[in-house]
Write a protein that binds this ligand. Structure first.
Ligand SMILES: Nc1ncnc2c1ncn2[C@@H]1O[C@H](COP(=O)(O)OP(=O)(O)OP(=O)(O)O)[C@@H](O)[C@H]1O
Ligand SMILES: [Mg+2]
Length: 276
């Protein structure tokens, strides 16, 4: 009820520009038998930090792949910045270039240098000839150096990626995504397997980048605590379904999906879920 009143009070022009991802009753499968995701409803506000948490195999990576058009839904509707993902649609293909996607494996080219990996993010802006011969204009090289500094990798630009630590490799993957000048950053477990301090450094880095650009960050996490610390909203996925959508308001954890639940109930529900 409260939500409806809030929307009613907003001018229409504001409502139509706030949602960067909209999913309505979305299901998808890798084969004809099993659904990897079932009946997903979600909408993500532009410029926010959104997290997806859930057990291994629950469908988190699949959900991210739907958000950049790599996968197509079997049922339901998806809109990415008000455009229906379709690889045959020129408008969507152009938009895909501004979705910075960091896969769970990071997707870096290990035997080339840090700066060469970062510059890959600029390839869609080059002409065919420039792209073929990897001839980057000076302003793109300067931009790559600026981003290198932003991710605290100055001095390592000419190092081959295989020589970097796990945390440094993640910084390169973020830098390559930022080089795309993205409107959406999708990161799949980018801080999993990192120690607490490094994980926070990387998350702070993304939060800083978000402040500098009007960036929507959508990140898959394993650590619920970390997700709640940084995200405006956290979707909890279980067996392909979104079972909760929570966030911190003041001292409380609020469940936006299922109504009012206490922080204890939510944490208990999640930890019971994790033990199964
Ligand atoms: N390429 C694929 N072909 C067939 N099934 C797949 C494929 N990729 C994922 N799946 C299945 O879809 C379901 C969801 O997988 P997904 O990778 O989205 O899970 P996840 O939550 O990201 O897990 P993890 O935390 O281990 O990365 C799983 O049952 C998985 O086995
Ligand atoms: Mg995954």
């Amino acid at each position: 009820m409260k939500k409806i009143q809030m929307i009613k009070n907003q001018p229409l022009s504001l409502i139509s520009t706030t949602k960067i991802i909209q999913m309505s009753n979305v299901s998808t499968s890798y084969d004809s038998k099993n659904f990897a995701l079932k009946g997903i409803n979600l909408s993500i506000d532009r410029g926010t930090n959104y997290a997806i948490v859930g057990q291994s195999g629950s469908g988190k990576s699949t959900l991210l792949k739907l958000m950049n058009g790599m996968m197509i839904s079997s049922n339901g509707t998806i809109k990415i910045d008000y455009v229906v993902p379709d690889m045959n649609d020129k408008k969507f293909k152009k938009m895909m270039h501004t979705i910075g996607y960091i896969p769970q494996s990071l997707g870096l080219i290990k035997n080339i240098t840090v700066i060469e990996n970062i510059l890959i993010g600029a390839l869609p802006r080059l002409s065919k000839i420039q792209s073929l011969f990897k001839r980057f204009p000076e302003h793109e090289i300067q931009e790559a150096k600026r981003i290198l500094k932003l991710v605290a990798l100055s001095g390592k630009e000419n190092r081959k990626v295989y020589m970097l630590s796990g945390g440094e490799k993640r910084r390169v993957a973020i830098a390559r995504a930022l080089m795309q000048k993205p409107t959406i950053l999708l990161a799949d477990e980018i801080v999993s397997e990192l120690d607490h301090v490094t994980a926070h450094e990387i998350m702070d880095l993304i939060a800083d980048a978000q402040k500098q650009m009007n960036l929507t960050a959508i990140m898959v996490h394993h650590d619920m605590q970390l997700a709640l610390e940084y995200a405006n909203r956290v979707a909890v996925i279980k067996d392909g379904e979104k079972i909760l959508e929570i966030g911190v308001e003041g001292e409380k954890i609020v469940d936006f999906q299922t109504g009012d639940m206490s922080a204890e109930e939510i944490m208990e529900m999640y930890s019971n879920d994790s033990k199964k």
